[in-house]
Design a protein around this ligand. Structure first.
Ligand code: LLP
Length: 412
């Protein structure tokens, strides 16, 4: 459920026509809907009901300060994977006690920053990292709350680049080694071992792998509890899919209920780390058609957004629906929608049927709120897009378009 739709024949985000956005802000521009963000977050909260829980929005999906602030106002905590993301969520006013820090390669200074901020816990992914966290906590004269991220070895059945829960992946501690690492962690004087964490992948379109992962991880939890570990947090990661095309992903409540069912009698605070399912369909990328080019029997719709703005089609072969901003009667054509970047992989859509556009027309690339702007780059010395947030009839520029001067800032 999102708040992007046609009003008469004008495509709108909430009460704002995208035509007006293009006139006032230019293109390409990421357009976010505040009401959609809050609604998606609320669905998670409501699914947990009275059960103690934390919805830690996965910052990597969209780290714009206005998005983070909106979600914080809606009661979200945050999952971060770098010192930079930690800086952003704190800037956005996050309560450090609602922040978890994941990732296989935390640098010593990032660990120190997390401890100094007093975050809820570090999700530790290796033996070496346990030692590093112990060292950092000892140096700061503090105690570090940690969970171990275990790899439950279940097949997430998703794109190979975004599956993380199989033996061959770099993520987490193998289930078989986890008990030994918990025992080791318990010997380290500056660690407070308080949680158990897993995450198996992204864009999951069935609940089963999540439910299987939780079942496996809970076996370990029961073994640890029997051995007197005082674990209070079960973090089940993120990964719930959204509808880009014809997928039928489960609604968040179905996944939350499956997790709660598995962990029914355990007095644990449940943590989840959704990214895409909160912000994916809360954002579109607005772009303008530059040329309609016919060559060798093919049609190319050349637009002013490119792979540097939205990498997902080029990188994963991902599908994003494309809608005309002004709906009118037009012949249907089959075309590649491509950007100006000098790479054949620079496309937003391939072999797509769409109403024939003309130069100057606006298009909305749907479902671009997650892993859109956060994966953007300056490739081909292209200034990064503006970002705006709509709320009702109004919108705010929440990141101004980069300028050429921004491109060379910091260079000698
Ligand atoms: N927690 C951890 C530890 C993660 O690694 C991730 C995503 C999440 C939570 C959030 O997952 P989500 O709910 O958004 O699926 N760039 C890719 C997605 C990479 C996901 C990486 N980890 C894409 O554009 O599809």
């Amino acid at each position: 459920m999102h708040f992007f739709d046609y009003r008469d024949d004008d495509f709108c985000c909430e009460g704002v026509t995208l035509d007006r956005v293009a006139t006032e802000v230019g293109t390409p521009t990421y357009v976010y809907s505040r009401a959609t963000l809050l609604r998606h977050l609320r669905v998670f909260h409501e699914a947990f009901g009275q059960r103690p829980h934390l919805v830690c929005f996965s910052t990597k999906a969209n780290s714009n300060l206005a998005v983070l602030r909106t979600l914080r106002e809606g009661g979200a905590g945050f999952d971060v994977v770098s010192g930079g993301e930690l800086f952003r969520v704190l800037r956005a006013g996050a309560d450090p006690r609602q922040v978890v820090f994941s990732g296989v390669g935390k640098r010593p200074e990032e660990i120190r920053e997390a401890l100094a901020a007093g975050i809820l816990m570090l999700n530790v992914e290796s033996h070496g990292e346990l030692l590093e966290v112990e060292r950092a906590a000892a140096a700061l004269g503090t105690s570090a709350r940690i969970a171990l991220r275990v790899n439950p070895e279940v097949d997430a059945r998703t794109h190979p680049y975004i599956a993380t829960g199989l033996k061959q992946h770099k993520f987490g501690i193998p289930l078989a080694d986890a008990r030994a690492e918990y025992d080791f962690a318990a010997t380290l004087p500056h660690l407070e071992v308080c949680g158990l964490d897993c995450h198996i992948g992204s864009q999951l379109t069935t609940v089963q792998p999540i439910s299987d992962a939780v079942a496996r991880v809970l076996e370990l939890y029961r073994e640890l509890r029997a051995a007197s570990f005082d674990l209070r947090y079960l973090d089940v990661g993120g990964g719930l899919g959204i509808r880009y095309d014809t997928e039928q992903p489960p609604a968040p409540p179905a996944a939350v209920v499956a997790v709660m069912d598995r962990a029914r009698d355990e007095g644990l605070t449940l943590i989840c780390e959704p990214g895409r399912s909160i912000v994916g369909n809360a954002g579109v990328l607005l772009t303008r058609v530059l040329y309609v080019k016919r060559a060798a029997g093919k049609t190319f719709v050349v637009v002013d957004a490119a792979m540097n703005d939205l990498l997902r089609p080029a990188f994963y072969g991902a599908f994003h629906e494309i809608r005309p901003v002004q709906r009118r009667a037009a012949a249907l054509i089959r075309a590649d929608v491509v950007g100006p970047v000098c790479e054949s992989g620079d496309f937003l859509a391939r072999d797509r049927e769409l109403a024939e556009p003309h130069p100057g027309d606006l298009l909305a690339v749907m479902s671009a709120g997650a892993y859109g702007f956060t994966m953007a780059s300056n490739y081909n010395a292209r200034p990064r897009a503006a970002e705006i947030m709509c709320a009702g009839e109004d919108f705010t520029v929440v990141r101004r378009r980069e300028t050429y001067v921004d491109l060379v800032r910091g260079e000698e």
